[in-house]
Design a protein around this ligand. Structure first.
Ligand code: AMP
Ligand code: MG
Length: 326
């Protein structure tokens, strides 16, 4: 990160006043309103997101969780509210929340220009849905937001010199295996079983002009809460949506494992400390439904819609790895 960029983050009280920053915040307001409106019309109920809890999402690819001392207990700041989404769909079958997350991302993520250490997801979950249902919903939601932005923010988008196209549905779908084969042809090697690295994801994104899905990640690459395929338990019923034009990952989600025995076995395999998950395991024993859901990063969506080079320009108070900004 250049000294100039760090200086601009440190003086956010000044850079927040420039015309582009004002425009981006207006567009962001419309994005959030349109997602809310879309989900309400689909029958979702908005709930208030948790901020701290005894456990949080462990599947955060090399980022560190933040712990706080909560009256003598070790609590975590939410890295994502996945475990809590599984709790609440026992009472409300279609929920969403604008969920704030903290992840101490590795310093090198500054180079990706799409990682913050404090960000928000529109995080949603549906009881008894399949991962295919959620991909269909994700496509409709994405197309709705783009269509609306072209109408309500046409002036701002023109000033941003951003031309948006509503993508054709259904979006292209690759399995993880197909995606790493494409990467091999681009001379980027990904060992089967590992996450696609950030530069690989960006390379795939660059060769597309419309968003696309990557599905069926190997079980070794993702958290214990994703559902395995019945006919091949080495792969998961999960997906990422990737933006075109080099903007990288937009959404992660999938179908959730909900059976106590299966989750304990998966936790053992991924070397989770099972004793950390007290309430979660008690809840699984009491029985929860199958569900599916996803989270879409609000700042990344703003970055894509506004055509911004850096994600830190897509949030009023940016928090970037290693930078001690206001
Ligand atoms: P995950 O479940 O880790 O894929 O997170 C869900 C979504 O949140 C991602 O698809 C991104 O859109 C967004 N996201 C994850 N990590 C970050 C980050 N460090 N900075 C900004 N957005 C993020
Ligand atoms: Mg992800």
């Amino acid at each position: 990160m250049s000294l100039e960029a760090i200086e601009s983050l440190n003086r956010r009280y000044l850079t927040l006043r420039n015309a582009e920053a004002v425009r981006v915040l207006k567009i962001q307001d419309e994005i959030v309103s349109e997602i809310r409106g879309f989900l309400k019309r689909e029958g979702f109920v908005e709930i208030l997101a948790p901020i701290i809890g005894p456990v949080t999402d462990p599947g955060i690819r090399g980022a560190k969780q933040v712990s706080i001392d909560y009256y003598g207990a070790n609590f975590k700041i939410m890295s994502s509210m996945i475990l809590y989404k599984q709790m609440v769909i026992t009472s409300l079958p279609k929920i969403f929340a604008l969920s704030p997350n903290i992840r101490l991302e590795p310093l090198e993520t500054v180079k990706t220009r799409r990682h913050l250490t404090e960000f928000r997801q529109m995080d949603l979950e549906v009881a008894n849905a399949t991962y295919m249902d959620m991909m269909d919903l994700g496509e409709r939601m994405f197309c709705h937001v783009i269509t609306k932005m072209k109408q309500t923010c046409s002036k701002e988008l023109r000033e941003q010199k951003r031309i948006l196209k509503v993508p054709r549905r259904p979006f292209k779908r690759y399995t993880y295996k197909e995606a790493i084969e494409i990467l091999e042809n681009l001379e980027i090697c990904v060992k089967y079983g590992l996450e696609i690295p950030w530069d690989g994801e960006e390379a795939l994104s660059k060769i597309h002009s419309e968003p696309f899905w990557i599905t069926d990640y190997p079980v070794t690459a993702r958290g214990f809460y994703y559902m395995e395929h019945e006919d091949n338990p080495t792969i998961l019923k999960d997906f990422d949506l990737i933006y075109p034009e080099g903007f990288g990952e937009a959404i992660s989600g999938g179908e959730r494992e909900y059976r106590y025995d299966k989750i304990v076995e998966r936790m053992r395999r991924s070397r989770e400390n099972i004793s950390d998950y007290g309430w979660y395991l008690d809840m699984l024993r009491s029985g929860i439904p199958l569900s599916a859901g996803f989270g879409i990063g609000v700042e990344r969506l703003t970055r894509f819609i506004c055509g911004l080079e850096n994600i830190w320009d897509a949030v009023p108070f940016p928090r970037v790895a290693g930078v001690h900004s206001p």
